[in-house]
Design a protein around this ligand. Structure first.
Ligand code: ZN
Length: 343
């Protein structure tokens, strides 16, 4: 299989090295707590699931495969905690994460869609191990490395739209096929186009954001080409914008197995003054399902903050009336979704 673009960065992840996700807890938990409920594809399976996604809350999930754990958009605040999303823009958390930050098992890398406090909160920022690899936007990289002394994050990778990075996974025996994860930045836009004066006032509060294509697969030893065995599209905090239409073009003929979609219809500056929607609501979510056409869609980022004004119920209704109930899996916090990465 050919790679569309040169790999911008490569990083080797070694599951035998056990390091805590946080800097003050040297001994990480051995594993994730048992899931409250485990789901598989509604279309039935062959019982060969070998990878999983554990839903912590907001856009925070843990992807586990081949001994590697990738944490997305870490947010571990609790109900009642506040986040500052920019000048005059705050939100209050309504839910608790499935696990606490200090209960995390070993984490190998973080995938951060954008540098915003409901995706990378103040406690996460203070506590994460500084040499934990973080893959994010160019804007986030600037913020994460622009710190004094020991507070500086030292292993940050900036990936722009359609740039990619290879995460090689070290396996004890080696072998003909080496597991690897290819991460490609996908377009995303938090603020709609157009001469919207409100947007102009608020735009400073809203950082640039990425979506991701995460491909779990194998490198063949002869020529190091990468074969994807499972494709996950993560929307990030985007609205439905024209730029997203580039995605099915670039992945024409390639199956998207799973979509993690950030919904919620996040509206700023506050629930009392809802002026500008910055993430998709139910209607846009349905449009994105139509565009990307994944086998399975899992909504995340839907009820954790009071700024989320589009309830999951709206999306559920829209899915049902589109006749797509067998294409969507609903996860509650602490639920898991298991799937099979093809060899
Ligand atoms: Zn968000």
């Amino acid at each position: 299989m050919s790679n569309d673009q040169a790999i911008k960065y490569s990083l080797t992840l070694d599951p035998s090295i056990s390091k805590s996700a946080t800097r003050d807890h040297p001994q990480p938990a051995a594993s994730l707590p048992e899931a409250k409920k485990t789901n598989i594809t509604p279309r039935g399976s062959n019982g060969d699931e070998n990878a999983s996604i554990y839903f912590i809350g907001t856009a925070t999930t843990i992807l586990e495969w081949e001994g590697i754990r990738i944490l997305t958009d870490p947010n571990f605040l609790h109900a009642g905690d506040h986040v500052h999303l920019g000048p005059g823009v705050t939100a209050t958390r309504q839910t608790n994460p499935a696990i606490d930050l200090h209960e995390l098992p070993r984490i190998d890398a973080v995938l951060l869609s954008h540098y915003h406090a409901d995706h990378f909160d103040q406690e996460v920022e203070a506590s994460l191990r500084r040499d934990l690899p973080i893959i994010s936007t160019p804007h986030a990289k600037e913020c994460l490395v622009d710190k004094k002394g020991d507070d500086k994050f030292t292993d940050v990778y900036d990936i722009d739209f359609f740039q990619n990075m290879m995460l090689d996974i070290k396996t004890p025996g080696g072998g003909e096929k080496a597991p690897a994860i290819k991460v490609t930045g996908m377009p995303g836009k938090h603020v709609p186009d157009g001469p919207l004066s409100v947007a102009n006032d608020l735009v400073g509060a809203v950082p640039p954001t990425n979506g991701w294509m995460v491909e779990l697969g194998y490198k063949v030893s002869d020529d190091s080409s990468f074969q994807s065995g499972y494709r996950i599209y993560i929307s990030g905090d985007t609205l439905y914008v024209n730029e997203l239409e580039e995605i099915p073009k670039r992945y024409a003929g390639k199956n998207i197995d799973l979509m993690l979609i950030h919904l919620g219809g996040t509206t700023i500056p506050s629930p009392k003054m809802p002026l500008l929607m910055v993430t998709m609501d139910a209607e846009q979510g349905i449009k994105l399902m139509q565009l990307i056409n994944p086998d399975v869609t899992i909504p995340i980022h839907y009820d954790d903050y009071d700024a989320f004004l589009s309830p999951l119920e709206d999306f559920k209704k829209a899915v049902s009336s589109a006749g797509w109930d067998d294409k969507v899996v609903y996860l509650d916090r602490a639920d898991m979704y298991k799937f099979a990465v093809k060899q």
